[in-house]
Ligand binder design. Structure first.
Ligand code: UDX
Ligand code: UDX
Length: 459
């Protein structure tokens, strides 16, 4: 096991940023540096206004920044000084060429490997933190070992399982930490070296060590299984709406089976975020590559149901609102892909809003943390989209209220007061199924839950 003094993380995003902050906090004897090619991001990490919103993150950063946590754009110096390098750059789905729309775009990962080779003056452990297709470590290794300087760069896969909105909690109390390495002594020593970081605050029995490929694959499979549960319950929500069953009751009773468990059974407008779609498509691509088209198809159907669910939501709105939303103002409560984050990557709210704009609706979007990002995605669509911090302003004069993100704030709004400012009939579509539908109906709203029949005043 090597002694660590300096840790470098390349990529100051949603994963690298919080992960390194927690490592710096828990391991005061290490000097942790986070570098990024984007100087704006680094400037923000060094400012009072961090580039990402994550509950509890600000406090951790403020405790450690300037003490043993540093943010910089100086990649060469960072690489030179590091004993261990975490690679946490983004790996989007390819948008061009072979595998477009499905395979992961590894150009950033490869570029990072080349930077390490260029600036390193001695060998160091390189840790894959980004979620990567299985066997990426091999490609990485080939670039790193062909360094012409005789240096060794053992590779470790250490995928991150944190969820946005609960990142600090997940990093502090993880269900497990997965560390994969090669079977040779060099690989095993590298695994032990990385394990030593986590044992500062995580019980040893939560550390799982595997070979490299198992570790890489586990991350894709974990995300695929989680997404699959959401698509499963969403598919059942469609059936519930037709039959009069209530999806919340079904998921509660199903989840009480200890073999199934209660989590990730919340029906809604579909999953979003930077990982689920990308990782499933990537898994499917991998299966096809290895001659397993049936397996690929199985996993792709999880994404198909997700797209169907957002499409179905808009169709429900149209049908209820007399087949037209043209020129109607719709209040959009929530744009982030989930509560407690400002992240809008692959948010189902975007798909819903785009469809509604295609129907020529007017949208008033409210979100506590995601308005800037929402604006970047949607713009003002020729004056048909407005953005509001105040939910009451967004709802004023709206023909319908659409709840698209499960922010707790939206559960405690003064709905009787909102109703006074609405034209009649007043419509409310609960895309996250988190409001009290009966109470809203009794106030006078026509309420459309997800996964149970509507509550309407129409005869
Ligand atoms: C995470 C995971 O790491 C990735 O595996 C997953 O697939 C997507 O989510 P995340 O931290 O959320 O990535 O991505 P992002 O917030 O975009 O951060 C990546 C950072 O890397 C960006 O700040 C980007 O500027 C930086 N970067 C990218 C580099 O520093 N160098 C590069 O060559 C490319
Ligand atoms: C996910 C994984 O949970 C995490 O382990 C991995 O490291 C990254 O990907 P994240 O995307 O940040 O994390 O959030 P998550 O809480 O998993 O939610 C993903 C999406 O699923 C959100 O849009 C959320 O609203 C939706 N969701 C979640 C449901 O629709 N129903 C549920 O029951 C749970």
């Amino acid at each position: 096991m090597k002694n660590i003094r300096n840790i470098l993380c390349i990529g100051a995003g949603y994963v690298g940023g919080p992960t390194m902050a927690v490592i710096a906090d828990r391991c005061p004897e290490y000097r942790v540096t986070v570098v990024d090619i984007d100087p704006e991001r680094i400037r923000a990490w060094n400012s009072p206004r961090l580039p990402i919103y994550e509950p509890g993150l600000q406090e951790v950063v403020e405790r450690c920044r300037g003490r043993n946590l540093f943010y910089s754009t100086d990649i060469p110096a960072g690489v030179r000084e590091a004993d261990v390098i975490f690679v946490s750059v983004n790996t989007p789905t390819k948008t061009f060429g072979h595998g477009a729309g499905r395979a992961a775009d590894l150009q950033f990962v490869e570029r990072t490997a080349r930077e390490i080779v260029e600036y390193a003056q001695e060998g160091k452990i390189v840790v894959e933190k980004s979620t990567l297709p299985v066997r990426t470590a091999q490609a990485l290794s080939r670039v790193l070992q062909a360094n012409g300087k005789g240096l060794r760069f053992p590779i470790v896969s250490n995928p991150e399982f944190l969820a946005e909105g609960t990142a600090i909690q997940d990093l502090t109390f993880p269900d497990r930490v997965l560390i994969g390495g090669t079977d040779d002594p060099e690989g095993q020593e590298a695994v032990e070296t990385i394990a030593q970081i986590y044992t500062h605050w995580i019980p040893r029995e939560k550390l799982v060590t595997t070979n490299l490929w198992s570790s890489e694959l586990t991350k894709l499979v974990a995300n695929a299984f989680l997404a699959q549960r959401i698509s499963s319950i969403n598919s059942i929500s469609a059936l519930c709406e037709k039959t009069g069953a209530n999806v919340d009751q079904v998921s509660q009773a199903v989840g009480m089976d200890s073999r199934i468990g209660p989590k990730f059974l919340q029906a809604g407008i579909g999953f979003g975020g930077s990982c689920f779609r990308k990782d499933i498509l990537n898994l499917a691509y991998l299966c096809e590559h290895y001659g397993l088209p049936e397996v690929a198809q199985y996993w792709e159907s999880v994404v198909d149901i997700n797209d169907y669910q957002a499409r179905r939501f808009v169709e429900k709105i149209l049908e209820a609102m007399f087949n037209t939303v043209t020129e109607k103002k719709l209040a959009i409560l929530g744009f982030a892909f989930k509560a407690n984050t400002g992240d809008v990557r692959d948010t189902p709210a975007l798909a819903v809003c785009q469809r509604l704009l295609a129907e020529r609706a007017t949208l008033a979007i409210c979100d506590p943390k995601a308005l800037d990002n929402a604006r970047k995605e949607l713009g003002d669509a020729g004056g048909r989209v407005t953005y509001h911090q105040d939910p009451y302003q967004a709802c004023q004069d709206a023909h319908a209220i659409l709840l698209l993100t499960d922010w707790p704030l939206f559960q405690t709004l003064d709905y009787p007061k909102i109703l006074q400012g609405l034209p009649r009939p007043a419509f409310l579509f609960d895309g996250r199924n988190c409001l009290d539908h009966k109470a809203l109906f009794e106030m006078g709203y026509n309420v459309y839950p997800t996964g149970s029949p509507p509550w309407t005043h129409f005869l």
